[in-house]
Design a protein around this ligand. Structure first.
Ligand code: NAP
Ligand code: ZN
Ligand code: ZN
Length: 348
């Protein structure tokens, strides 16, 4: 079927209207009419080929919520009318040890991302959620249990939510743990909400002094403006875990200095250019660790969505029309997003 979408045709071209083909449903497929799609900084990195290797036409978007309109003959988990989500993963090998453990994001046979990944479907690479409809195997579709009026604000949980939830859980954020979240954009604001809901003591680190009160309102116990050397010095050695979401290359040493003995800083931000080399003594002296984390598996994403439905957690969003996407990207690049743009796909 032919559906409306928004695509970039080259790295230096703005996104614009573009018709795409979605496959006819196979037995295990779920056809989803997309209601809302969040705007992740990874969409911007990809359309502009900042990581290299972008395939065009590029239709980004991996924070998808919508309604099931049809199902294939073998689909048992979903029915027409269900409210569902699709995140960053639409397929994986299903046979490697990572897939076997529900860690599809680390699939050794080749993870199939929601956009820019190989597929037999036209045009040969996956096309994401800046579109009216998507067709996804039921094994990669998530159930949404939030009230219908929250749907737009649920969309960012599918990437920003799971990308912060997964390391918070893996490194056991909870009561008695002191957690820092660095960079308060789409991922960072979810990191604050989720770490707080898990019972940790939460400090937000921002380069934007004007966000201070808003970050406290999100649930942070404390806020440190990371360009304020005295405030950073006062916080040294105080944290068990840091989730670093910053989308640009920056000096990591001041943040490593915030960790206690055996503390870990987990990198989730994926800048175009490498960070400057770290001072290794910052790791040695307190047996600190520098780690990374990539989105999260399907079962873990469902666990996060259910936790958020139960605890009333959603994103703080600004709903935009599809044609406002380039202006939204420009604001995102200035750190001027509170805290996630979400596309109303009805405007396609
Ligand atoms: P975002 O909404 O643009 O937020 C990034 C935040 O980083 C900004 O709001 C800003 O926060 C801070 N920042 C930006 N430029 C900075 C600079 N030059 N120096 C210091 N701080 C700066 O982006 P996002 O959607 O949250 O994504 C963040 C990063 O994570 C992107 O690189 C994205 O590709 C990546 N990502 C990774 C995964 C994964 O699986 N690992 C998943 C999704 C996204 P303040 O104003 O508070 O300083
Ligand atoms: Zn994302
Ligand atoms: Zn696999």
């Amino acid at each position: 079927m032919t559906v409306k979408a928004y695509a970039a045709q080259a790295a230096d071209q703005p996104l614009g209207p573009y018709a795409i083909e979605r496959r006819a449903p196979r037995p295990d497929d779920v056809v989803i009419e997309i209601a809302f799609c969040g705007v992740c900084h990874s969409d911007l990195h990809t359309v502009r080929s900042e990581w290299g290797g972008t395939l065009y036409p590029c239709v980004p978007g991996h924070e998808i919520v919508g309604t099931v309109s049809a199902t294939g003959s073998a689909v048992t988990r979903f029915a027409a009318g269900d409210t569902v989500g699709v995140g960053c993963i639409v397929d994986s090998c299903r046979t490697c040890s990572a897939c076997g453990e529900g860690l599809e994001q680390f699939c050794e046979g080749g993870l199939i991302g929601t956009y820019n990944a190989p597929t037999p479907d036209a045009p040969g690479h996956t096309l994401g959620g800046y579109s009216q409809t998507i067709v996804v195997d039921q094994a990669y579709v998530l159930a949404i249990r939030h009230p219908a009026e929250q749907l737009a604000a649920v969309a960012p949980l599918l990437c920003a939510g799971i990308t912060t939830w997964s390391p918070l859980r893996h490194w056991k954020a909870g009561p008695g743990k002191r957690v820092g979240i660095v960079g308060i954009g789409g991922l960072g604001h979810m990191g604050i909400k989720l770490a707080r809901a898990l019972g940790a003591h939460v400090t937000g680190f921002t380069t934007s002094p004007g966000k201070t009160q808003a970050i406290l309102d999100l649930g942070a116990h404390e806020v440190v403006v990371s360009t304020d050397k005295a405030a950073m010095k006062a916080a040294m050695g105080s944290l068990d875990l840091i989730i670093n979401t910053v989308s640009h290359s920056h000096d990591l040493d001041p943040f490593l200095g915030l960790l206690r003995r055996d503390g870990t800083m987990v990198m989730v931000g994926a800048p175009e250019k490498p960070h400057p080399a770290i001072g290794v003594f910052n790791l040695l002296i307190r047996r600190r660790a520098l780690a990374g984390s990539l989105i999260g598996g399907i079962a873990e994403t469902q666990e996060m969505l259910d936790f958020c439905a139960e605890h009333g957690v959603v994103s703080d969003i600004e709903l935009i029309r599809m044609e406002e996407i380039e202006a939204a990207y420009a604001r995102m690049l200035k750190g001027d997003v509170r805290y996630r743009f979400v596309i109303d796909t009805a405007t396609l």
